[in-house]
Write a protein that binds this ligand. Structure first.
Ligand SMILES: [Zn+2]
Length: 227
């Protein structure tokens, strides 16, 4: 079984989807599931993905669901430009999204919730979908999937209040040199500039050149605002 087998953050997923070719007949609905088992605490990342793949291969399925949303990230499974196997009559032109955990008695929480709402929102935007294009597995199955505690009313209310949190730059992985604490006192205006750019999501800060740009932009903004 061909699987993508990549784990992404929600920001990486958003970039991935932005450039992704969904085929000449792209998916026109999302189908939401829960894994039930493994539960959130049983999830072991790559080991669990390998186990799921072996499980579907054991059924001789050529594909499975498209995405597993977990506490440790968004796992790409079957390619989103091909039909998966996850929801019987809803398999055609749908994207199957498995939320890792058992949601018969509790709702999504923690990073799983952030990732789940983020994935659904990003795909709805990209594929031009509205609430009527969101299906639950139980719409076509006697199962409770995606869990009795999850209702569409709750989900749509959560989605309407949800925005992906701006990415916080990591000075180490982003290559921004960090001076020792006693070496440099970062001026307030520079901190203000960076937080202003991040808060208003004007651009992503990835390098020290971007930090300079943020400061320049902020000064310019202050000048024109005061004129
Ligand atoms: Zn399901």
């Amino acid at each position: 079984m061909e699987i993508i087998n990549r784990r992404l953050t929600i920001h990486e997923f958003r970039n991935y989807v932005r450039d992704y070719f969904f085929g000449t007949h792209p998916a026109n609905k999302l189908v939401i599931h829960h894994t039930w088992r493994p539960t959130k605490s049983q999830w072991q990342g790559q080991t669990s993905i390998n186990g799921l793949r072996a499980y579907y291969e054991g059924k001789t399925w050529p594909a499975g669901p498209h995405i597993f949303v977990a506490e440790d990230g968004i796992w790409l499974f079957s390619p989103m430009n091909k039909d998966g196997i996850h929801a019987g009559t809803l398999n055609a032109r749908s994207i199957g999204i498995e939320i890792v955990g058992d949601y018969d008695n509790e709702i999504w929480s923690g990073q799983t919730k952030e990732n789940a709402l983020g994935v659904i929102q990003v795909l709805m935007e990209k594929l031009n979908l509205n609430a009527s294009n969101i299906a639950f597995h139980r719409d076509v199955s006697p199962k409770t999937c995606p869990g009795s505690a999850i209702t569409k009313e709750w989900l749509f209310n959560e989605l309407s209040n949800f925005r992906i949190k701006p990415r916080i730059p990591n000075p180490i992985t982003d290559g921004i040199p960090v001076p020792a604490d006693d070496e440099v006192l970062i001026p307030i205006w520079a901190t203000d500039a960076v937080s202003f750019v991040l808060k208003n999501r004007l651009f992503e800060i990835k390098s020290k050149d971007d930090v300079r740009d943020a400061v320049k932009f902020y000064r310019f903004y202050q000048i024109i605002r005061d004129v």
